[in-house]
Design a protein around this ligand. Structure first.
Ligand SMILES: [Zn+2]
Ligand SMILES: [Zn+2]
Length: 243
């Protein structure tokens, strides 16, 4: 058995043991048996057409997009898999704050489905970085776990060190739209390995859990464009519509 196979085999056996000790509970309905049960999985439906070609918000066909007329996004486009409703909201919460990292698998597959559905074309995938303090507290970056599953599924390289958050920002939840943009502006930079030439002409896809105002994703896109990226797209699980 190769080293890789052995590692996978050990991981699988360990997971089986853990499942026996702590049976997985569905993050949506709390029933035992699955991290996300088939009924809850089926309840997380893809967004219906039509949507704004730029920011990805669902809207009536032919209408100008209110979000984009208010602020022209720097991103090439944002796409979301679903609405920010239940049971997806609980799943995201559980993945992000309750250490339920196994949810990254089913949720990451939703992102891969959306990547294909929207016919996105990227050369590389990255995740929105957490700042060091938050990463240390949680022990993982939920966006990176989602990006890992999605990248493997659509056969794209995943870069974990392209972008760093070099400034701590306050949580966006309590802030207004313009405060959010101010809060994260300039918070991200490319690492030295990804200089101008490294990103020249590349199409980059950034993964995150949700996109509310797009402020964080816009702040991520700025240094990537500055380093020569041709397109920077964002793909998220959900777009909350309460703005
Ligand atoms: Zn369920
Ligand atoms: Zn729009």
């Amino acid at each position: 058995m190769s080293k890789g196979n052995l590692r996978r085999e050990v991981k699988r056996a360990t997971q089986q043991g853990l499942d026996l000790l702590f049976p997985p509970q569905c993050a949506g309905c709390k029933r035992n048996g699955h991290v996300l049960c088939p009924a809850c999985s089926a309840a997380i439906q893809p967004l219906a057409l039509p949507y704004c070609r730029r920011c990805g918000i669902p809207m009536a066909a032919g209408d100008p997009c209110r979000q984009c007329s208010f602020r022209i996004p720097a991103l090439s486009g944002v796409r979301a898999y679903s609405h920010f409703g239940e049971p997806l909201r609980s799943c995201i919460y559980s993945l992000k704050y309750e250490g339920n990292t196994r949810l990254a698998q089913p949720l990451g597959l939703f992102l891969a489905q959306a990547y294909l559905y929207y016919a996105l074309q990227a050369d590389v995938i990255i995740a929105v970085p957490l700042d060091d303090k938050r990463q240390e507290q949680r022990g993982y970056n939920h966006a990176y776990l989602l990006a890992k599953v999605c990248a493997a599924q659509v056969h794209l390289p995943l870069y974990s060190t392209m972008l760093v958050r070099h400034r701590t920002t306050v949580a966006q939840v309590e802030l207004s739209a313009s405060q959010r943009h101010q809060n994260v502006a300039g918070a991200f930079r490319c690492t030295p390995a990804f200089t101008t030439r490294a990103l020249l002409g590349r199409r980059i896809l950034i993964i995150d859990d949700v996109c509310t105002t797009g402020a964080t994703l816009e702040a991520c896109a700025a240094p990537l464009f500055a380093a020569g990226a041709r397109e920077v797209w964002a793909l998220v699980l959900a777009r909350p519509s309460s703005e």
